[in-house]
Design a protein around this ligand. Structure first.
Ligand SMILES: Nc1ncnc2c1ncn2[C@@H]1O[C@H](COP(=O)(O)OP(=O)(O)O)[C@@H](O)[C@H]1O
Ligand SMILES: Cc1ncc(COP(=O)(O)O)c(N)n1
Length: 263
């Protein structure tokens, strides 16, 4: 079995963050481990408060995993600010895991800032250059690339720009645009399109986390990048289709529905 590590925030309501990542890692047959970067008091409707984890214990958690266990792939999710970003970037440069997938989480689906906007420069300078794959959504692309995105052509231009910043691969998620659920992958040479039907639901809490951790698990299992993304998208679409109407706001994706067990 391959070992996957998520470095991300804790969502006590279980739909996003490390909780979504660990459920995805398990559902896809990998062994999941987690380094907590922040504790977020949140639910399907709102973010109440956030406590950043001290940098020392953030670093110690990473050391505890890497000094003992072989890590096939790392997923990085919410990093709340400059200090945590610097610490994680330094540890990733030190341990050099074979795969690093980063979801540059900025805002929760239910609203609420999860990243200090002042950390944008650190994200660009220290983290983007070390990642195997960056998976921004449209608002995140607009902030990172500094351009408005309305069309698939805009997505292409921004993917090239983010690749230039140092990300080996870029997957721009089009969930925030209208029409089909269209995502675009750029590997520095080719573009790959991934389309799925848009499911009419408000239960989309954790979709980005689920997709990036599913890609991480698939890469850990040895798939090439386009196959890992295609399979992860298939997994995610079913997890949204069978999404759970839990809570009063945006319910979570479902990792254990009948469709996936049978396929
Ligand atoms: N209603 C939906 N039906 C099907 N796929 C969706 C839906 N909403 C989002 N997606 C897909 O979920 C993934 C994450 O989407 P997006 O909303 O863009 O990112 P984030 O969750 O980070 O904000 C993408 O693959 C996107 O295409
Ligand atoms: C701790 C944490 N991390 C990430 C998200 C974003 O989730 P989404 O996958 O809906 O973009 C979240 N709401 N909470």
């Amino acid at each position: 079995m391959k070992n996957c590590l998520t470095i991300a925030g804790s969502d006590c309501s279980g739909g996003a963050g490390i909780q979504a990542d660990l459920k995805t890692f398990s559902a896809l047959g990998t062994f999941g481990m987690s380094v907590v970067s922040a504790v977020v008091a949140e639910n399907t409707s709102r973010v109440i408060s956030i406590q950043d984890i001290d940098v020392k214990i953030l670093e110690d958690q990473i050391d505890a995993v890497f000094e003992d266990i072989e890590v096939a792939a790392v997923k990085v999710g919410m990093l709340p600010g400059i200090e945590s970003m610097r610490a994680v970037a330094a540890k990733l440069r030190e341990y050099r895991p074979p795969v690093i997938v980063m979801d540059p989480v900025m805002v929760a689906t239910g609203g609420g800032n999860l990243m200090n906007p002042e950390a944008l420069g650190t994200l660009k300078k220290e983290l983007i250059p070390v990642v195997t794959l960056l998976t921004p959504n449209i608002p995140e692309v607009e902030i990172i690339a500094g351009t408005g995105i309305r069309t698939q052509e805009d997505m292409k231009a921004a993917a090239v720009e983010i690749h230039r910043m140092g990300a080996q691969n870029v997957l721009i998620k089009g969930g925030h645009l209208e029409g089909e659920a269209y995502d675009l992958l750029y590997d520095g040479v080719n573009f790959y399109s991934f389309s799925a039907e848009r499911i009419d639901t408000k239960n989309t809490h954790g979709t980005g986390c689920t997709l990036s951790s599913a890609i991480t698990a698939n890469l850990a299992k040895g798939m090439d990048m386009p196959s890992a993304v295609a399979e992860a998208k298939r997994y995610l679409t079913e997890a949204i289709r069978h999404g759970l109407a839990i809570g009063k706001g945006h319910g979570p994706t479902n990792h254990f529905h009948e469709f996936y067990r049978m396929n």
